[in-house]
Write a protein that binds this ligand. Structure first.
Ligand SMILES: [Zn+2]
Ligand SMILES: [Zn+2]
Length: 346
């Protein structure tokens, strides 16, 4: 089968490799349809690492995928050959304290697709996943929508963790794919007013189409001042989705006393800091965040029933042979790209 491999910094090759086989009775062999290019994939592509996870070349890539079941292991009950599925890229052990307490996302023995040394990547014609990572999608849902379910589930989970009430005033700092998914999930969950910021006008345009009431380009204006002019008391929730010290500082300034800072963005640095006295006087709740937990099925449901339209996020399409171009486009934030989709077999 053909698969994309990282072969060096900003280097990638489509190579022939042996297709995977089902070895576990709960295994599902998938013909991969489409794969969304994620910021984390691109991070490995351009820097060769995320934190302590370092790429060893050649390395698989891609994790936001959807495909069709072509074979199932003997113990698979919930899926049939021919069914289309959205894939949770997380493979859990099922027996550690975290798994047993319903926190599979912090499983102590987890593997994640295309994380160095953990599991193969989804940018391949075939992929084997455990049945519990595969979610059947309804006929009306496109495979592209199904591939977008994984990032959307992160937004749904962030929204649930926040515990937002109707009427909430919300700021989303960073309108990349995850920020936009948080925005979509928030708007779908309850009546709320969302202020969105970014450094790229094209993304703010998409944020407006996703339901932001107000947008501001932090390169051009003082977004804290602009939002505080409209909300002098501050906002209830800030979803920090850029992973920058600057946006964390903005978040603390924007929040009202008793407000919640949701730390969704992944910083490139090992440490961040806070203005501790502002934080303390306002008694701000800080909630960190790891991917998503049990939100794939709810995300599918939200798209299937039309409560969320993810189409505005999908801006570019590439065949497998041009995966490198897709990664370069996302890495360079060119051409208004939000989500680039690689069509592996569709
Ligand atoms: Zn991702
Ligand atoms: Zn576990």
């Amino acid at each position: 089968m053909k698969a994309a491999f990282l072969t060096g910094l900003r280097e990638m090759e489509i190579r022939d490799t042996a297709p995977p086989k089902i070895t576990d009775p709960h295994g599902v062999l998938l013909h991969v349809g489409v794969v969304g290019v994620c910021g984390s994939d691109v991070h490995y592509y351009t820097t060769g690492r995320i934190g302590t996870l370092v790429v060893k070349y050649p390395e698989w890539t891609g994790h936001e995928c959807a495909g069709t079941v072509v074979a199932v292991g003997g113990e698979v009950k919930k899926l049939k050959v021919g069914q289309r599925v959205a894939v949770d890229p997380l493979i859990t052990c099922g027996h550690c304290d975290q798994c047993l307490s319903g926190r599979e996302h912090t499983c102590r023995n987890q593997a994640f697709l295309a994380c160095p040394g953990q599991a193969p990547g989804a940018l391949a014609e075939y992929l084997v996943m455990p049945d519990r990572s595969c979610y059947a999608i309804p006929d009306g849902m496109s495979t592209v929508e199904a591939a977008a379910v994984e990032p959307l589930s992160i937004g749904v989970y962030a929204q649930r963790l926040a515990g937002m009430q109707p009427g909430a005033k919300v700021a989303v700092l960073g309108a990349g794919p995850i920020g936009l998914c948080v925005l979509l999930a928030s708007r779908a969950a309850c009546e709320c007013k969302v202020y969105a910021t970014d450094l790229l006008d094209e993304r703010l345009e998409v944020a407006r189409r996703c339901g932001a009431a107000w947008t501001g380009n932090a390169k051009q204006i003082d977004v804290v001042r602009a939002i505080r002019e409209i909300e002098p008391l501050g906002v209830d929730f800030v979803f920090e989705c850029a992973g920058q010290q600057e946006t964390l500082d903005q978040a603390i300034e924007l929040l009202k006393p008793g407000g919640s800072l949701m730390m969704i963005g992944i910083p490139e640095v090992d440490r961040v800091s806070f203005s501790i006295h502002t934080l303390r006087r306002k008694e701000i709740r800080i909630q960190s965040h790891r991917r998503q937990n049990q939100c794939i099925a709810p995300a599918i449901e939200l798209v299937a029933k039309g409560a969320i339209d993810i189409d505005p996020l999908v801006t570019h399409h590439f065949p497998l042979a041009d995966t490198k171009q897709a990664f370069d486009l996302v890495a360079d934030y060119r051409d208004g790209v939000v989500k680039a989709i690689v069509h592996v077999s569709e």
